[in-house]
Design a protein. Structure first.
Length: 197
């Protein structure tokens, strides 16, 4: 029997961590004065662990395997289940998935350098649409906030679309907009102006 090579070991760790994230019934949302609805520390531990593991696998593999074969199916399952229903995917799980996609922006930026810009833009486009239409689709506020932060994280690959998605969300929300979200929108607006000049 041959020893498991490091990439295979990393893949197994990623799969087991994603499964643990989905199965962990103790994950919760927490209210934060500046950030609004945030994830509990345990959820962030899963996210940072997965981000660290993915840095060993580079952007193309992360995009094709983690986002394409693991995260999108979680999102799709959640979108198609009845809105108040928390099975098989809980709201807090999908919020963590959105934040994970956002934290993978570092690999996305690397992907752009590796001429894989289209894959990064496709991820950003999908998240922008999700955030933009979240209110009309009845997405819970906690998940909307996670989508907003993911849009911000992915904004560098298409600031104009990100700004449009966030401005649309802000104009429709009936909930108070967290100060950190206002700051995110301001920063993207500034980035758009810099690009124009």
């Amino acid at each position: 029997m041959q020893p498991i090579s490091p990439p295979e070991e990393v893949q197994k760790l990623i799969s087991s961590t994603l499964k643990a994230l989905q199965d962990d019934q103790d994950l919760t949302f927490q209210n934060h004065v500046r950030h609004g609805h945030d994830l509990c520390p345990t959820a962030w531990e899963y996210i940072y662990t997965l981000e660290l593991l993915c840095t060993h696998m580079k952007w193309k593999w992360t995009h094709d395997y983690v986002i394409g074969k693991e995260l999108w199916p979680i999102m799709n399952t959640w979108v198609t289940q009845s809105r108040p229903q928390q099975s098989p995917i809980r709201d807090v799980t999908v919020a963590a998935v959105l934040r994970l996609i956002g934290t993978l922006i570092k690999l996305g930026q690397l992907g752009m350098k590796q001429m894989l810009c289209k894959s990064v833009q496709n991820v950003a486009r999908a998240i922008n649409l999700f955030g933009k239409h979240g209110i009309t689709e009845g997405v819970p506020q906690e998940v909307q906030i996670s989508a907003v932060y993911a849009i911000y994280d992915l904004a560098p690959c298409n600031p104009k679309d990100a700004l449009e998605a966030l401005a649309s969300w802000r104009s429709e929300t009936t909930q108070p907009v967290p100060s950190a979200v206002t700051s995110c929108i301001t920063q993207i607006g500034s980035l758009c102006r810099q690009i124009k000049t």
